[in-house]
Design a protein around this ligand. Structure first.
Ligand SMILES: Cc1cc2nc3c(=O)[nH]c(=O)nc-3n(C[C@H](O)[C@H](O)[C@H](O)COP(=O)(O)O)c2cc1C
Length: 342
């Protein structure tokens, strides 16, 4: 999707992943429960080059489980999208990759970072990081099964010390044929907290030829510039930093491109984003979209004295009509605050 910011639409191509062009050097992270179509639409409209689906289990995909396929729902015309699969068995992963290609995805991403105990016990997710040979074998099997590019999302290692590090893992992924390597710069035992190992990402970037994406802890344009400067990576990936403020993709992309920063979005734009997210979830999921929106409401209803009250009310609401009413009230509230100069 072209960015809504004209300054960002005209940037030259930095690199390509198969048919997908990366111009702004910022990607939207795969996130369970969050990376749904409306979230991805907002991320890409504000500037993300590529978004990813949340991870789905390869064996359920291959078995034709409809709930798993539902997690991969796309909007019409949504192209700049990687579908992420998770599994331990390379044959199953390869069959899942082929099924994704057959259903029209232009990029298949393999999850090698999920830290959840149940996933890891099954040998999937971050468990693959324990053995670079497994990384290579899994990537190779998927690459052989499809003609679209295969990417991987690694962590900087299985544990903080004493295990294969990001550079060895990245080389294994490249050896297997990965077209793009994202590195979340925290080992599995740090889960989603703590310092990001920029030097590990730097060493990984220096040891492969394919594009490397740095991920972890990017919540501002400055964080993104630090990631790029310290690691030499080709692009950044943003996860939690963009929750409730998808315009972070624009702000980061502009900083990377050396364009002047823009003022933060005004109340009408912010309220419009909230309403669009809610409507998108309702369209995709029906009444279940209300439950999913509760989490997003917690991110959006911020930065106002009344925000706590709005968040608490969102968590009690069960119907689409009531949630729409609350979002409309939030809009009026933001506009009124702006009018009063609060
Ligand atoms: C709630 C949650 C869900 C996530 N789901 C996924 C997922 O499905 N696939 C994946 O590769 N990473 C997943 N991640 C990891 C993120 O993609 C990202 O690597 C991590 O949050 C670090 O980036 P950040 O500091 O910008 O958030 C998840 C993280 C969180 C907090």
């Amino acid at each position: 999707m072209a960015s809504a910011d004209p300054g960002l639409s005209r940037l030259p191509v930095a690199f390509r992943v198969g048919d997908l062009a990366v111009r702004r050097r910022v990607l939207a992270a795969p996130m369970c429960g969050t990376s749904k179509p409306p979230y991805r639409r907002l991320a890409c409209r504000y500037g993300a080059d590529i978004a990813f689906t949340e991870m789905v289990k390869a064996h359920l995909l291959v078995a034709g489980c409809s709930r798993t396929w539902d997690l991969l729902a796309r909007e019409d015309g949504e192209r700049a999208l990687g579908a992420q699969i998770c599994g331990a068995d390379e044959d199953v992963l390869a069959r899942a990759a082929a099924a994704l290609e057959a259903s029209g995805f232009l990029l298949v991403d393999i999850n090698m970072g999920c830290p959840v105990r149940k996933v890891v016990r099954s040998g999937a997710g971050a468990a693959l990081l324990r053995d670079p040979r497994r990384v290579e074998a899994v990537v190779r099997a998927c690459v052989r099964a499809v003609s679209v590019p295969v990417s991987v999302k690694l962590r900087s290692g299985w544990r903080h010390k004493g295990h294969a590090e990001a550079d060895e893992l990245a080389r294994a992924a490249e050896q297997g044929g990965a077209a793009l390597i994202t590195i979340h710069g925290r080992p599995r035992d740090r889960r989603h907290a703590g310092a990001v190992d920029l030097d590990g990402i730097r060493r990984a970037k220096a040891s492969v030829r394919v594009p490397v994406v740095g991920n972890g802890g990017i919540a501002s344009p400055g964080d993104a510039l630090r990631m790029l400067g310290a690691t030499g990576c080709d692009a950044v990936m943003i996860g939690r930093g963009a929750h409730g403020r998808p315009w972070l993709f624009r702000d980061v992309a502009r900083a990377i491109a050396g364009l002047p920063s823009l003022p933060p979005p005004g109340p009408a734009e912010r309220a419009g984003v909230v309403a669009e997210h809610l409507e998108g979830l309702l369209e995709q999921l029906g009444p279940r979209g209300v439950l999913l929106f509760r989490k997003a409401a917690g991110w959006y209803f911020q930065g106002s004295a009344a925000a706590d009250d709005f968040r608490a009310r969102a968590h009690r609401i069960g119907s689409a009509a009531e949630m729409r009413g609350l979002v409309a009230e939030w809009r009026r509230h933001l506009l009124e605050e702006a009018r009063l100069g609060v």
